[in-house]
Design a protein around this ligand. Sequence first.
Ligand SMILES: NC(=O)c1ccc[n+]([C@@H]2O[C@H](COP(=O)([O-])OP(=O)(O)OC[C@H]3O[C@@H](n4cnc5c(N)ncnc54)[C@H](O)[C@@H]3O)[C@@H](O)[C@H]2O)c1
Length: 433
Amino acid sequence: MNLDKDNLKVTVIGLGKIGLTIASVIAEKGIKVYGVDKNPHVVEQVNKGICHIKGEPGLEELVKENQIAQVLTCTINTKEAVSNSNVVIVIVPVLITSDNQVDYQYIDEAVNQIGQSIKKDTLVIFETTLPTGDTRNRFGSSIEKLSGLKMGTEFYLAYSPERVYSNRIIKNLKDYPKVVGGVNEKSKDLAVSFYRRALKCEVIEMSSTEAAEFAKVAESVYRDVNIALANELSVYANQKGVNILEIIKASNSQPFSHIHNPGIGVGGHCIPIYPYFFLNNGLSTDGLVHKAREINDSMAVYSVNLIEKEVGKLDSLNILILGLSFRENVKEHTKSITLLLNEILNEKNANVVVNDPYYSPAEVEDMDLKYISLQDHLVCDMDIVILQANHSEYNNLDLSMLKNCKVFLDGRNAFNRNEVEVQGIKYIGIGAT
Ligand SMILES: NC(=O)c1ccc[n+]([C@@H]2O[C@H](COP(=O)([O-])OP(=O)(O)OC[C@H]3O[C@@H](n4cnc5c(N)ncnc54)[C@H](O)[C@@H]3O)[C@@H](O)[C@H]2O)c1
């Protein structure tokens, strides 16, 4: 297989936050890229040089430049793109269902199309985070069956996880080593050469697709467990009347201590999801990973209990939640703790309203949440404020607007206690009360 720049034709399936960025970064090298998305609006926008993903530094410019240079062409027709390519990258989501089972609906659909259209000698690379073994056993086998081509000799198969962080994807694609494993040596070697050429990044060669898949989930599990430790310590610090932030700073001054930050819970489509890729595939549910999930999921209830300790019953109280996104400065609400808080507080008959500068009132209300804008005459009736996502827009929040507020629960330990308490509002942090 010839991986020269002029010979390369790459299909990227899934033009979301990650897929559009990777497609754009590869196209920028002058490589011909077909972007595929099932959403015709996304395809139409990108073909016009318009970037539908906001807040990724450099991406809007890149999409525009690639459109002008005619190096990135988008389509909803997966089969056509795949049959015209010699490299296919799959980066569509794998999530979990409400009962924490792995949800393959999007990726199975993409694999089905690949299997029906792949040419001999094509290299297929999965980048979506996956349970260990899926690249080979679920998707490779399926492509073999549908195409009649043999994995590893008639088509090549590799796995290379996306390890990037929203808001920094282009930078991370350059800075982070790409972890790459193949179903055999030839598949790995081809994928390694491809990434060296297409991303010009450092590559870590793994012994198998399974090792590469495992490494990505292990990273996320590490963070979930570490946050759970910080949360458990923060609850205990609260009992002992010491400030967890002061403690973490001191502890982490020792080079072997890396305690993460405690908080009101862990949201997003990575950290709270990927532990189930292990837990539903044989990892003991009596162990640390499962316990960490329980601890992190319990932080919202714990935080509400802290508020109740101060004000008593929440029945009929007005509660403002700041931030619908799962974390600061992104527009993403998969498994956002705000959704969980809204449920808990509604059960207690509180009147819950949500503000988020990244979402329009209609978008918030479509999720069965009540939207509020931060204007004096609207927020002056709030009894309680909970900071869930610390968007930079909240850095200059005028606390004097909160005329009736009794408690400010700082779920991210981001505010200055004195600046809150000078307004006559009780400040509660997580482990920093
Ligand atoms: N977002 C992150 O911060 C992040 C970080 C690291 C890794 N990842 C990995 O990247 C994956 C994708 O994340 P994202 O943020 O880009 O998702 P996203 O939700 O922003 O985008 C997914 C895109 O895939 C399209 N799609 C879904 N099924 C399709 C199909 N069968 N054929 C064609 N298009 C299809 C959707 O229309 C959508 O545009 C995640 O599941 C995860 O494994 C994400």
